[in-house]
Design a protein around this ligand. Sequence first.
Ligand SMILES: NC(=O)c1ccc[n+]([C@@H]2O[C@H](COP(=O)([O-])OP(=O)(O)OC[C@H]3O[C@@H](n4cnc5c(N)ncnc54)[C@H](OP(=O)(O)O)[C@@H]3O)[C@@H](O)[C@H]2O)c1
Length: 248
Amino acid sequence: MEISNSVALVTGANRGIGREFVAELLKRGAAKIYVAARDTASLKELLREGDSRLVALPLDVTDPDQVAAAAAIAADITLLVNNAGYAAFEGAIAAPNMDDARREMEVNYFGTLSLTRAFAPVLAKTGGGALLNMLSMLALVSLPMAATYSASKSASLSLTRSLRAELGAQGTQVVGVLAVQTETSMGTKLPEPRMTPQEVVTDALDAIQAGTNHEIVAGNQTRAIHEAFVADPKGLQAKMSTRLPQRT
Ligand SMILES: NC(=O)c1ccc[n+]([C@@H]2O[C@H](COP(=O)([O-])OP(=O)(O)OC[C@H]3O[C@@H](n4cnc5c(N)ncnc54)[C@H](OP(=O)(O)O)[C@@H]3O)[C@@H](O)[C@H]2O)c1
């Protein structure tokens, strides 16, 4: 899909990888970007430069009323970026309760499903367009110190594959982005070295631009891990399985 002159919506646009998506979409000539955030006050810095192409949108992806309102307002988008994510980085057993596990599913899986269902008719109406889902390399291998997050990203990967098939009929391109640890507040809980958000976003938007219609491996660090996964999936999983949650 051509990014120049596109109309995009980015969830979790206020910080981290989402904010980088906005910067890069602006650079690549997007005509309009709905910058969605739970608290629009957190968009203040992003909006400070006064780029008239940015439209602030209040959006908690777990709130069905806000999702419906967003789809009514942003009824002209051609690119939906499901970026918003949550990670508690806890073990499945070590976590004190299941609250964070449920929240990870609510944001990462149900949030992605909810946004995509709401915006599928919009994308159909505007010519097909594209859907970009921020996944994780942890969709393919499970990290015990982030057990329930890994599970939520595996669910989102599976969903992304089915969405691609279902949305194919209306000509919507679907890209799932696999990435390893990246320098954001979420990523700082993961071991160094970490990729920059720019590396991830550049590869993700290059894939959109190139018409790619499958999962992509973003950044050199992810490519190295992905190669290890392809060569020996069980070996990589065994290595990851040594990363157990810290017990307090
Ligand atoms: N950083 C990494 O190492 C890494 C690696 C692979 C994939 N990813 C994925 O990349 C995406 C972006 O992550 P990041 O590293 O930029 O994380 P981050 O810095 O923690 O930012 C997370 C973003 O998601 C938003 N968000 C959380 N819950 C939300 C909800 N219910 N509704 C709407 N927005 C919500 C946050 O908004 P608030 O400011 O309101 O909390 C924030 O804007 C996520 O899907 C993540 O899983 C990250």
